[in-house]
Ligand binder design. Structure first.
Ligand SMILES: N[C@@H](CCC(=O)N[C@@H](CS)C(=O)NCC(=O)O)C(=O)O
Length: 338
């Protein structure tokens, strides 16, 4: 075959491939629920409660997608994944969306065949230490043993930072979250390093005496966490992207799960478009015009989800900080629904 024929064959194959492959939305509708990849249990973000129901900020995103598609936030299932397994599960089609404290990086958004529809939690990598260690700053960590989980961005970030700051350390890594937590709790390592949200969660929910531990003040990286989808399905990407934007817009517009029915009567054109009183946004996504109404009614706006899962209404007590709306000094900025 000459070069031209090879190219043509490739194009034909690509065309067959893309028409033969059902869209994720069709697959999800046929199945009757959306499948989201979560952690194996990381309180505040994705973990089962005492009744075995999955809860958390990331689970709320999954439920919001279910609400937008089915008008029923309960039409979702979770697949618990460790840090290492998460990307293959998405690539292979085992899950429809990864909703699991995953840092958006250039490599993950390009070379893995995956893409990031947005950021639902701005974070940074930090350090958790036992108070007994007597360390007050990350700069004092020379010679420390540091526990981390395999397959996280934390391993590389730690290595970069240590090199730049002339700090020698011994990494202690495990595949499973429980193994890392146990190693740290039993004193096999001096420090636990991961996203600050993870450290807050581990301290409160996994250690028997949280007050014996503290998170050091330094954050050594940017860890913008968000969902991922496969490349090549623009409609599905758009759905996840705009579900997240609907959560932000609802908060910006003061539309909550408690007042959303009242807000259907609002004369504000932005609220009318968000809630489908003025149609269009639903059709653009291939969804019912009540897509965003159902998210807010059944799951709440972004602020409600934040406070309930990781903020004031939760044991984690994470301040809004960068995760506030742009109008309150944070980074979340709802893209206009019009
Ligand atoms: N944001 C980082 C770290 C995310 C991560 O996987 N963190 C671990 C440590 S807190 C975790 O969530 N483990 C839970 C699990 O494996 O179930 C990344 O995307 O690589």
């Amino acid at each position: 075959m000459n070069k031209f024929n090879t190219l043509l064959a490739g194009l034909v194959l690509a065309a067959i491939g893309s028409t033969a492959q059902a869209s994720t939305l069709d697959t999800v509708k046929q199945r009757g629920h959306v499948v989201c990849g979560t952690t194996t249990g990381f309180a505040g973000f994705s973990a089962p409660d005492d009744k075995g129901e999955w809860k958390g900020l990331d689970v709320d995103l999954c439920k919001s997608v279910a609400a937008a598609i089915f008008g029923d936030a309960s039409k979702f299932k979770t697949v618990p994944l460790n840090s290492q397994q998460r990307f293959t599960a998405l690539q292979s089609g085992e899950i429809d969306i990864l909703t699991r404290n995953t840092t958006v990086t250039q490599q993950r958004d390009t070379a893995l065949g995956l893409q990031s529809p947005g950021v639902n939690f701005y974070d940074g990598q930090g350090f958790l230490v036992s108070k007994k260690l007597g360390v007050k700053s990350a700069k004092e960590l020379n010679g420390a043993t540091i526990c981390m989980q395999t397959g996280t961005s934390n391993e590389n970030t730690m290595a970069d930072w240590a090199r730049a700051n002339n700090i020698k350390y011994t990494p202690v890594v495990f595949d499973q979250f429980n193994e890392v937590v146990s190693a740290f709790a039993s004193g096999r390592c001096d420090v636990y390093s991961t996203d600050a949200s993870g450290l807050a969660s581990i301290r409160i929910s996994r250690l028997s005496n949280p007050n014996d531990y503290e998170v050091l003040p330094e954050l050594i990286s940017k860890e913008p966490l968000g969902p991922f989808v496969r490349q090549g399905d623009d409609q599905w990407y758009n759905i996840v992207k705009w579900v997240l934007q609907a959560q932000f817009n609802a908060e910006e517009l003061g539309v909550t799960s408690a007042n959303v029915d009242e807000q259907l009567k609002s004369t504000n054109p932005n609220i009318q478009r968000l809630l489908g009183v003025t149609p269009g946004a639903g059709k653009n996504l291939g969804l019912d015009e009540k897509w965003a109404y159902n998210i807010v009614k059944q799951v709440g706006n972004y602020g409600e989800s934040f406070e309930r899962n990781v903020g004031k209404g939760s044991p984690l007590q994470i301040p809004r900080g960068l995760n506030n709306l742009w109008t309150n000094g944070g980074l979340h900025y709802g893209l206009p629904i019009r």
